[in-house]
Design a protein around this ligand. Sequence first.
Ligand code: GLY
Length: 573
Amino acid sequence: MRHSLAAAFVIAAAPALGQATQDFPEGTIAVAPRAAVQARDFMVVAAHPLASRAGYDVLAAGGSAADAAVAVQAMLTLVEPQSSGLGGGGFLLHWDAASAELTTYDARERAPLAAGPEYWLDAEGAPVAFWDAVVGGRSVGVPGTPLLLETIHARHGRLPWGDLFAAAIASAEAGFPVSARLAGAIANARALDRFAPARELFFDADGAPLAEGAVMRNRALAASLRTLAAEGAAPFHSGAIARDILATVRGAENPGMLSMQDMESYRVIARDPVCMDYRGHRVCGMGPPSSGALTVGQILGMLEGVDLRALGPGPQSTHLFLEAARLAFADRALYMADADFVDMPEGLLDRAYLADRAALIDPATSMGVAAPGTPPWEEARARAPHTDPEHGGTTHFVIVDGDGNMVSATTTIEQGFGSRLMTGGFLLNNELTDFARAPMADGRPVANRVEGGKRPRSSMSPTIVLRDGAPVILLGSPGGAAIIHYTAQAIIAMLDWDLDPQAATALAHAVTFNGPVSIEATPDAEARAEALAARGHEVTVRDLNSGLHIIRITDDGLLGGADPRREGRAMGD
Ligand code: GLY
């Protein structure tokens, strides 16, 4: 018998919870929480202390949030090269305090104009294997990050453009100590040492991966940053750097077909935010080509009717969260893609539709694999789903400046170390493997198939949560498709369970992409796994490496949280 979702909180009522995670049931905390960082005027949270420092110095000098974002991204290209950089793309949310305007910038990489649905099929018409697709030139899309930085600076910047690169150029020339995370990433990277520029940067003279603490200099990147500082993004789209990118992509093993026309015609697009109401707040994020805001919004919309505050964190909340995620990922697989190329239903966040979907959730037993729904849209059954797993080499940063302007940005080169190809000291993305490699299934087209000039579907979920028309939370995370779960869970942690942003990052994760469930490896993982298995989930235990970076804007100032699973830092004043 089906139970109504509203009955869920009756089954496992828990005491009301405050901000102290030590009150939480055993096993719900993955990492010992530390105190949130407090500041009065401005704050930056980024994935590496040098990146946070670069942003902090810009803000302390009176720079805007957009200025600081330029400095942070330039530094991340150097110190967290495996995750993001000038050879990649991303999405950036900007809040303008004076006009109370939220803009979402789409700097997603783009497929070659000459590409078609057969792009990822081999000579026999079969989709190429994932890793065969990743490595080499064919996976590289037109990078968007340099033009994103130029665009946000032109619209929202205050300090001189060229000055914003000084810290990254100085560190690239003087060198910086390789972090534990970067050293581990190099040591574990597939095929990285096959390519001379990557071998020379990331390995020592004997061919050993650089160890933690080794000094890495990147003079080629310093030169690229000098060019960007002096000439803006133009050389990346029509000048010498564009020519180098094309030569690298077209001359590599597994060559790509990017052309100068692809580079020159690339645009950063300002799009309307996608927003969902939740617990008296408005949760806003990036619409297509990202699936982030729609899928986070669906999960929250389906859980709005559940008294999660009364339930508290624990197996019952996790069960309901996972069921909502199944339903949302079923819709994501079928419908979500670059809406400039494929029609998408408008009703994916429709309240009545989400209430119908939520009614499918049994509070006692998992539905297993969810079927996609039929949101108000007549073509709903004409599509085939894209359910390939996604992997993440991605970063998230959040910034508030002294005037209340804000940035929440997720940027990426897709896999850790992207395509492995390098130009000018930066790695080139493999974003085109975020497309479905099979363009058709069961005789129906896949929405996220390759098309010329299209942007691949993303999971990146840079988010700004508003209350009464003003931002109160900035957040997001790396983590491939699990970005969606990490972001949705952190929102629930703060809005339902009153956790501060640092404590919200410490909750143990559970994810499903509408199949088996993965739960985070914690000392109590076995007990959590049993509790979910008792509700019918197929569970495995593994590392779930979120990189949540959060700022909460309160009446008393700013509170910052940096995910303790990674190396990020919150800094403010
Ligand atoms: N490449 C990761 C994402 O866009 O979700």
